[in-house]
Design a protein around this ligand. Structure first.
Ligand code: AMP
Length: 448
């Protein structure tokens, strides 16, 4: 095999600098809104014991049945395929909550995460085998105001990214596990004798995960469902009241929503509140994100009964929406100065100059190869540099350097010692990239 044949594996993609600018921008928005609301960052391993996902997400869900990337190695000590790449964040984070006894911390604990997930999905537009999510979780306390506030944080993030008006919030309450058991029994009963009219895939779902029939895309299924019992008939008064209060709080916070009795979400662990942000035009096919309550999950994974609610948004789909809406991702990747030189002495002086410019926060590239000044200037142009500094043998002798304004096409000689202050003045102090690690300590008491 020649190297030219190597490509990214099916369903994966390189995140090239242009998309990384979007990634960084989205991460900043997530971090900012999450921090404002008290969320802290958590990172769990990219792979976990597979039974964490099987037990948590559910054995008969698409994610576990068809899409789990199992991990093995010839040296596996824990048995073949004991691990799986994470297909979502929640189960791993709940495992971590239990493992680190986080029930001892003030509750609720609030986490955010951003990173890659893996699902062996059939690749298609907007569906990858390695994709990225931003994820929020609130664990340890249950109250309708927590659900509403989580949704509000998500809305704020989408608002900051200027895509909120392209989305609709769909919301439902799917009751507690026992409500769903009763409903599933009723649904199975209703379909007795009608199985033949179901498409193959849905006939199987009726066996393994009947709730998924509700969000089936098959027309025949949807027609049959029109006269089937509905989930809300099986909800307890408590769930109904809980739902009404969540909606009331969303109203209070001015967050529009659509009640969607057909929204169930794909995973077993959900209880009560479930929600998704849909593309206004294409609907559920291209949800940008979704989440819900998972009050039984931590117990299922071996912890004490502990409520939780979470949200996951697809980074690739957020980027897609931003591009569709012509929202740029502001970034700081511009080249301020390109330093060109000719001759060994000029090269030495420029090497130092480049380093000093960078230390002052000026984004600086230097052609330190042997090309002619003219071809170096072409380079400066291609990189989109605002200014070029040129130093040949003459300039070395005179102690000067040529400063060229690339856009205006004008140049002037300045004394070598004045080169840095002149460039900084032209760029403007406030445009310098002077972030230092000390800025991270920048929290200042209000009264100091
Ligand atoms: P889920 O919890 O499965 O609804 O996933 C939450 C969000 O992650 C979805 O709304 C999508 O935006 C994104 N997502 C899920 N699966 C994929 C995938 N295979 N490729 C790209 N994005 C995905």
């Amino acid at each position: 095999m020649t190297e030219a044949q190597f490509r990214t594996p099916k369903g994966t993609h390189d995140i090239l600098p242009e998309d990384n600018r979007y990634m960084t921008y989205i991460k900043k928005a997530v971090r900012h809104r999450a921090r404002q609301a008290g969320y802290q960052r958590i990172d769990t391993p990219l792979f976990e014991r597979r039974d964490i996902f099987e037990r948590g997400i559910g054995e008969h869900t698409d994610i576990v049945e068809k899409e789990l990337f199992l991990v093995s190695s010839p040296h596996a000590e824990d048995g073949e395929y004991a691990f799986a790449l994470r297909p979502e964040f929640t189960a791993g984070i709940c495992r971590s909550y239990i493992e680190h006894s986080m029930d001892q911390l003030p509750q609720p604990v609030e986490f955010y995460s951003i990173g890659p997930l893996f699902r062996h999905d059939r690749p298609q537009k907007g569906r990858y085998r390695q994709f990225h999510q931003c994820n929020l979780e609130v664990i340890g306390l249950k109250d309708p105001s927590i659900d509403a506030q989580l949704i509000q944080v998500v809305s704020k993030i989408f608002g900051d990214l200027q895509i909120l008006d392209r989305l609709t919030l769909q919301i439902n309450n799917i009751g507690m596990a026992e409500n769903r058991q009763a409903y599933i029994a009723a649904l199975r009963e209703y379909f007795i004798g009608k199985e033949r009219n179901l498409p193959d895939s849905d006939r199987q779902r009726l066996e393994t995960n009947p709730l998924r029939l509700l969000d089936s895309k098959e027309e025949d299924t949807q027609i049959l469902l029109k006269s089937a019992p509905t989930l809300d008939q099986f909800l307890s008064d408590e769930s109904k009241e809980y739902h009404q209060t969540v909606l009331e709080y969303l109203d209070t916070l001015g967050i529009p929503y659509e009640q969607n009795p057909g929204l169930v979400r794909g995973l077993d662990y959900y209880t009560q509140t479930v929600f998704e942000f849909w593309d206004q035009h294409t609907g559920s096919q291209n949800a940008v994100g979704g989440g819900g309550r998972y009050d039984g999950l931590i117990e299922l994974l071996g912890g004490k009964p502990t409520p939780g609610i979470g949200f996951a948004g697809g980074m690739e789909r957020i980027i897609w929406h931003m591009k569709e809406a012509d929202i740029p991702a502001p970034h700081k990747d511009q080249v301020d100065v390109f330093v060109a030189q000719l001759g060994p002495e000029a090269k030495k002086q420029c090497l130092l100059l480049i380093s000093q410019l960078r230390d002052r926060g000026v984004h600086t590239l230097g052609a330190l190869g042997e090309a002619s000044l003219k071809s170096q200037m072409r380079h400066a142009d291609k990189f989109g540099a605002k200014f070029a500094l040129l130093m040949g043998q003459m300039e070395v002798k005179e102690g000067t350097i040529i400063l060229r304004d690339m856009a205006a096409g004008k140049q002037q000689h300045v004394s070598f010692d004045e080169a840095i202050p002149t460039v900084i003045k032209l760029l403007g102090e406030k445009n310098l990239d002077t972030y230092s690690i000390k800025d991270a300590l920048g929290y200042v008491d209000a009264d100091t």
